[in-house]
Design a protein around this ligand. Structure first.
Ligand code: PBG
Length: 338
């Protein structure tokens, strides 16, 4: 077989005088030629709010991120907002779990309490509430189960109920992450019926069954007791399917889409960006954070440079905003970096 000269082969030499490094010579010139930027304003800080009273309990695989008890919520939110991060996404760690995930939609649930508390303390911050059942079910699945199998109607009902309850408590955005088909439509309908037409839906439209969620499950105590999530989260081998997920969720009324995890899915992020015009988020998940922290602690990589390069790459791939455990720290670096 002979190789055909491609377009590059056909063009043997650069056009006369072409030099790609002239605009790299000084910081000022590099600034002008820069195609992608990251601002603190592009970031969302995830926060674990716990019902237990301890002020903070550390998460082994996520240095710098704690489970916060009620006395710590307002101060943490203030520090995040002061760093220039405009939004938080809240994950709840309830004291009790049950088969029906009642803690997810209880008026006095841990996330509901945190939303009210943070809204009072830091009115300007955008509050995003994750909508899932796995932190609240005693079996750790994102679904309501009947006879060991997932019960679709009950699951959608519980998710819709949860979203309304979070809206009542002050969420600006609800973010369904259960990967239950039809969840966006069910939530939109329930929100509108309850008078929450202004509450937006950020759909975890493209959520892979990823090994990178490990530290989160330790933090939230949400690992399934039996089985895994591969029957509803996406197969990491698939990219075309991601476009169908994204289109379906937009058709169901999603206001913004998310791809998760981020680093292992930059190609998917780019593909969704090219297909959809809605605001697009990427979730740089717990395992991505843990890897950077672990290597940085050993002095094997430069944490700040690695994080800023990674966030830039996620933006370059097409994300408008990024959920990252590094948000507060990175926002600080971004205000001081050249
Ligand atoms: C809830 C949920 C998970 C994450 C976000 N929402 C866990 C999971 O799906 O198992 C993971 C986030 C992270 O790893 O940082 N379903």
């Amino acid at each position: 077989m002979t190789t055909q000269p491609g377009p590059l082969g056909a063009r043997a030499a650069a056009p006369a005088g072409e030099r790609l490094d002239r605009f790299r010579r000084t910081p000022a010139l590099r600034s002008l030629a820069r195609e992608t930027s990251v601002r603190g304003g592009d970031l969302v800080q995830p926060m674990f709010v716990a019902e237990q009273s301890a002020a903070r309990s550390p998460i082994a695989a996520m240095p710098g991120i704690d489970r916060l008890g009620a006395t710590g919520w307002a101060a943490a939110a203030e520090a995040i907002a002061a760093a220039g991060v405009p939004a938080l996404i809240l994950f709840g760690i309830p004291a009790r779990k049950d088969a029906h995930a009642t803690g997810a939609w209880s008026e006095d649930g841990v996330v509901q309490n945190a939303l009210r508390n943070i809204r009072d303390a830091v009115p300007e911050v955008a509050l995003i509430a994750d909508v899932c059942l796995c932190e609240y079910t005693d079996h750790g699945h994102c679904r309501i189960l009947r006879d060991g199998a997932s019960a679709r109607e009950e699951t959608l009902e519980a998710l819709a109920h949860t979203a309304v309850s979070l809206a009542e408590a002050g969420a600006d955005v609800v973010a369904p992450s259960a990967m239950a088909d039809g969840q966006v439509a069910a939530i939109r309908e329930a929100l509108d019926e309850a008078g929450f037409g202004d509450v937006a839906i950020l759909s975890y439209a493209v959520k892979y069954a990823s090994a990178f969620y490990g530290p989160f499950r330790e933090a939230a105590g949400s690992a399934p007791v039996r089985g895994d999530r591969r029957a509803h989260q996406m197969d990491p081998a698939n990219a075309r399917e991601a476009l169908r997920e994204a289109e379906q969720d937009l058709a169901e009324g999603a206001d913004a889409l998310m791809v998760k995890p981020a680093l292992a899915c930059l190609d998917v992020l780019r593909a969704v960006r090219e297909r959809c015009d809605a605001p697009l988020a990427a979730y740089s998940v717990s395992g991505e954070y843990a890897m950077v922290k672990a290597a940085a602690e050993r002095g094997w990589i430069d944490e700040r440079a690695t994080v800023l390069e990674t966030l830039g790459a996620i933006r370059r791939a097409g994300a408008d905003f990024i959920l990252t455990y590094h948000a507060r720290e990175a926002a600080g670096w971004l205000t001081t970096s050249a």
